[in-house]
Design a protein around this ligand. Structure first.
Ligand code: ADP
Ligand code: ADP
Ligand code: ZN
Length: 213
């Protein structure tokens, strides 16, 4: 099963992707997590990516596409994978389609988690993230057992630099301009699945599972 998660920043892609990855026993591949790990480790890629991320802009396709194409060819991806946060532009989607079709493969489903812009800022300001394992929580909607500590791995949680309301606005604009067109792209390919992301996270998960089987 090869699944892509679509949806605005903060729609709940990462939350659902983690649950799906566990259900199907396939890796959850988040480009945001990969960039944040590189920033934490002070790599060249991390330095370049940070300049864009802090401003709410997309990291250029040249720094993103090869990274993902290489990642999905790793051994742990033979049964499939969940791509979260990639593709985010039409050129990224086209590069992925081309790389897969070159190997006789294709994406099985692109899940669009729909949440209106108004609900996004509240979600982002309450989001807490674990850079170590990629888990995300919300101080009201999905709290941790111990405040500030990741339930999954015990690391300290952070409030992401780019989750400040001003940056969130910018990211929403970027999403509407550059990523929204992917919804039609995957609709045309016949793999689009649309779910109401305003429901609570277990109901969203049940809706996705009912469609994917
Ligand atoms: P969110 O989960 O809120 O949508 P992500 O963790 O997916 O955020 O991404 C955080 C930031 O990382 C983005 O705002 C962007 O700067 C960068 N990024 C992540 N994935 C991509 C991508 N596929 N193309 C370009 N930039 C990306
Ligand atoms: P994305 O990966 O799309 O940026 P996340 O999965 O990180 O989004 O979710 C953004 C924030 O909203 C997190 O704080 C998360 O705990 C919370 N959240 C996710 N799904 C829901 C939901 N269905 N209802 C309420 N809050 C949610
Ligand atoms: Zn963790």
């Amino acid at each position: 099963m090869k699944i892509i998660m679509l949806g605005a920043p903060g729609a709940g892609k990462g939350t659902q992707a983690k649950m799906l990855a566990e259900k199907y026993g396939i890796p959850h591949i988040s480009t945001g997590d990969i960039f944040r790990a590189n920033i934490k480790n002070g790599t060249e890629l991390g330095k370049k990516a940070k300049a864009y991320m802090d401003q709410g802009m997309l990291v250029p396709d040249e720094l993103t596409v090869d990274l993902v194409i290489d990642r999905v060819q790793k051994d742990d991806c033979v049964k499939g994978y969940i791509l979260d946060g990639f593709p985010r532009t039409i050129p990224q989607a086209e590069a992925l389609t081309k790389a897969l079709s070159g190997r006789g493969e294709k994406i099985d489903a692109a899940v669009d988690v729909e949440v209106p812009d108004e609900a996004i800022v509240t979600r982002m300001s309450g989001r807490r993230a674990c850079v170590k394992c990629g888990a995300t929580y919300h101080i009201v909607y999905n709290p941790t057992k111990t405040e500030g500590i990741c339930d999954a791995c015990g690391d300290a949680l952070i409030l992401r630099e780019d989750d400040k309301p001003e940056t969130v606005q910018k990211r929403l604009t970027v999403y509407n301009e550059q990523t929204q067109p992917l919804i039609d792209y995957y609709k045309t390919l016949g793999v689009l699945v649309e779910v109401d992301g305003t429901k609570n996270l277990n109901d969203v998960f049940a809706d996705i599972c009912a469609i994917l089987g």
